[in-house]
Design a protein around this ligand. Structure first.
Ligand code: CMP
Length: 151
């Protein structure tokens, strides 16, 4: 994992990416600029784990580049099974932040990846300041929970 600088180019990239994510689309430029002031940008190698099932959650992630696998283990001795793939323009890490519960899945890089990272406090602030965004994030988390429970 390596922290990357955020120059104007990365700010533009972040704005472009999140504009395509439907729940960020509801955000006005002012709020998006506030978020931009708090995001960090990291690169990860193939095979690196971004978050581990069962760990506490402290961040929300938006994928800029790469391919990530989402996998879960259900029993103590069970093998992990892959439930989803995430690529540029997807986001993850919202479930633990919303429920204040441990991470529901392990997310690992299947290719080198670059991610924008927003710490929990700033994620909470974005939710509090934009009810439409909060609603869409809750919907996404509910859909994913349904997926996890039924896959
Ligand atoms: P969280 O539980 O915080 O950490 C693991 C993340 O994996 C989770 O939030 C979701 O963002 C993501 N995730 C869990 N289940 C799925 C799924 N079925 N499809 C896509 N992403 C998922």
């Amino acid at each position: 994992m390596q922290k990357l600088p955020i120059t104007d180019n990365e700010s533009i990239l972040f704005t472009k990416i999140v504009r395509k994510i439907n729940f960020f689309a509801s955000m006005n430029m002012g709020l998006l600029e506030k978020i931009l002031g708090h995001i960090a940008y990291y690169s990860f190698d193939k095979g690196e784990k971004i978050c581990r099932q069962g760990d506490p959650g402290d961040s929300f992630y938006v994928v800029a580049e790469g391919k990530l696998g989402v996998s879960v283990k259900s029993g103590f001795f069970s093998f992990s099974r892959k439930v989803a793939e995430l690529g540029p323009g997807s986001c993850f890490g919202e479930m633990a932040l919303l429920s204040r519960a441990p991470r529901t899945a392990t997310v690992a890089c299947e290719e080198p990846a670059k991610l924008f990272v927003l710490l929990a406090d700033h994620f909470d602030a974005a939710m509090a300041q934009n009810p439409a965004f909060a609603e869409e994030i809750r919907k996404l988390a509910a859909d994913r929970k349904f997926d996890l429970d039924h896959k």
